[in-house]
Write a protein that binds this ligand. Sequence first.
Ligand SMILES: Cc1ncc(C[n+]2csc(CCOP(=O)(O)OP(=O)(O)O)c2C)c(N)n1
Ligand SMILES: [Mg+2]
Length: 437
Amino acid sequence: MLGRTYRAFAARPLAYGPQLFRASSSASNVGYPPIPFPGAPKSPLTTKMDFLEPSSITPLPTYHVMSSAEGRGPDVTNEQALEWYKNMLTVNIMDSIMFEAQRHGRLSFYMVSAGEEAVMIGSAAALTPDDVITCQYRETGVFLQRGFTLTDFMSQLAANHNDPGKGRNMPVHYSGKKKVNVHAVASTLATQIPHATGAAYALKLDAQEDPTRSPSVAACYFGDGAASEGDFHAALNVAAVKKCPIIFICRNNGFAISTPTSEQYIGDGIAVRGLGYGIPSIRVDGTDIFAVYEATREARRRALENGGQPVLMEFMSYRISHHSTSDDSMAYRDRSEVENWRTRHNPVTRLKVWLESKGLWNEEMDKEVRSSIRAAVLRELVEAEKLPKPKLSGIFDDVYAELTEEAEEQREEMMRLMTKYPEEYDINAHVDGIKGL
Ligand SMILES: Cc1ncc(C[n+]2csc(CCOP(=O)(O)OP(=O)(O)O)c2C)c(N)n1
Ligand SMILES: [Mg+2]
């Protein structure tokens, strides 16, 4: 009955004759020509006044593969599964080391993605290098899966001169455009969503101009909290109307800092919002890497169909970690709840158990790989810290095409202070043997 147009007149048989009588017995106007209202031209007329109650609609199901009752195996090779497991471990181990490093004062800030490793690695594995990505800040695994190395991560975290963002952003705001086609992380929530729609529209126009080039999509990652921003709605609607090849990837981890999803919305999550905009949408178990991979691969195929169209995916998970190093989530949720998710629905453990069940992995291998990842992260961190910082005098570069008057004044003032107080402005003072600004 979805989307029928109620018509009180239709209940009066005399006005419309016997044909309508028949129609009203099935509570609709079968046989009566629909009125082509431009705002809903496909809506049939009905005599049944039906306010749709959200509670009468069955919640959207959650697609899963790993433990599906049908017992179907995932459509992946053993090599893929092993590579993904090692990448999930790498994110996990790097996260715990860097979280500690922040506590020791070695960096100002950090965010971990425990509980969401499968969402990042599995979805990124289904995309191609030419696909353009924008993301939020908890997508470390996407960068890793696309070829960002530990050296790249550490250069940004230590803000040394190898960071493409030139040390200007907070830690975890990686700049990966050149290396892995992931735009710089912007934590002004949801701004990345219309940006991705714009990128997808550009990809569509490029493909129209040159049909020989291999088609690519834009993929946009964001959280359940970001989906409460106006930018989310605008980006989805424009992408739908302009038929842009884009995959909207919502990580629904249950929280926006301390706000649980139960206080953010009362509807059935995020995926159903896509339907309102005419976008094919799916909800997926984000702790099941095979479901994540298969669904994203299919979403990509659909996004490229018919010259392009958006797809919305909602990956369900739980933010096992604190929001960031600035947060203490024990202030607003039970330790037992977190422990339950960490132990019972942990995406890393789920894949490990699956690999073990196939005879592809064992405890000994696990220990060995974990310790070599740990050693590599620590080594890269120490090396990154030794390298010089980007030039302080360059902070005004690349920001404006032409410096504004105020920015020019600030730049001159900074240069004057740097010359007058070279010791105070030496940002490399902490690094042995490096001098200069
Ligand atoms: C426009 C804007 N408003 C508020 C914030 C502060 N803020 C930073 S992260 C965050 C929560 C976002 O939650 P979600 O999108 O679910 O992502 P998650 O942290 O769960 O990965 C908020 C409110 C911000 N960065 N930008
Ligand atoms: Mg969230």
